[in-house]
Design a protein around this ligand. Sequence first.
Ligand SMILES: Nc1ncnc2c1ncn2[C@@H]1O[C@H](COP(=O)(O)OP(=O)(O)O)[C@@H](O)[C@H]1O
Ligand SMILES: [Mg+2]
Length: 351
Amino acid sequence: MNNPFTLSFGKKPLQYVSRISQTQKIIEEFNTSKPSNQIYMITGVRGAGKTVMMTGIANELRAQDTWVVVELNPTRDLLQSLAAKLYSLPEMHAHFLQKKIDFSVLGIGVSIENATPVTDIENAIELMLGELQKREKRLLISIDEVTNNESMKIFVSAFQIFIRQEYPLFLLMTGLYDNINNLQNNQSLTFLYRAPKMILEPLNYTAVRTQYRDIFQLDVEAAGEMANLTKGYPFAFQVLGYLSWEYREKRKTKTIILKDIMPEYDQYLEEYVYSKIWAEASPKDQEILGEMALSGETRVKNIRDRVGMNSSQFSIYRDRLKNKGILDTRTYGQVSFALPRFAEFIQERIR
Ligand SMILES: Nc1ncnc2c1ncn2[C@@H]1O[C@H](COP(=O)(O)OP(=O)(O)O)[C@@H](O)[C@H]1O
Ligand SMILES: [Mg+2]
């Protein structure tokens, strides 16, 4: 049997731990008869499972009759891509051909003799949304890894208008916290400002343990030790599973000595994710994280004293590091690392 774990990003893994509550929250909201919210932004660190979760939701809705799902590439012209993708739905172009509506000036479809040309892209999309509405369909647009670029801004302001016109469309986006935040703080995109962000939670501990237990036929304790080593971070779950599988194959053994795997585990986490996270952290963030890693201190008050910050200064950094998925603040008065082996990584980095 091939290794069932994967090191690649963006694709639903064979070993998949479902995120029932967060996934269902979005699906249910989008499916209510009078949705109060038509947009969601999924955020979390690299490797937190944003793309996998968004794809999962898109696939689930696509399987329902009422939904049409369109995936857009954030580096392209989004309105143009949306129009082209809507037009390419079979029932759409048949309808427009029959009605002699011509989008060819916009680079969509073919030119039609004696037809009314549509020359404005937003207008073209409105016509298509109107058709979906008539057919009682809902449209989900998904965009992976958004940034605060020009095309996104244009797209979101058009989306805002379509919503106001009560077209049945929904938007699901993923992005790193800073990118989403920058996009949201655009003066002109007021409606994005209020749009909910969903920060991805760690994978469920028991579910992770069960998967390891089943796959490697371990007892609860040994599987629990592995689950702890991942802290529910999805990429780490894959890496640790992957390395454990390789380890057993290579040595023709059933027992896994985790200590032997650690150097490779650390190396994968560093190369795929941690180096980038560290490079993107501000000097102050690095100072706080460095202090925590070296001292092992978790009490907020003591960390604050060590870096010489008052309570309100510190809470800004703490909240940001939490939102980015780097710190765990669930215990009152304490902070700890949300990512596995991140303290060890920092210790190596700054020594
Ligand atoms: N629910 C999950 N269960 C198990 N592994 C997951 C899950 N979600 C993501 N992964 C794994 O985590 C890694 C990162 O997932 P991905 O969705 O690409 O993250 P992101 O888009 O946040 O960077 C991939 O290797 C993927 O296989
Ligand atoms: Mg991704």
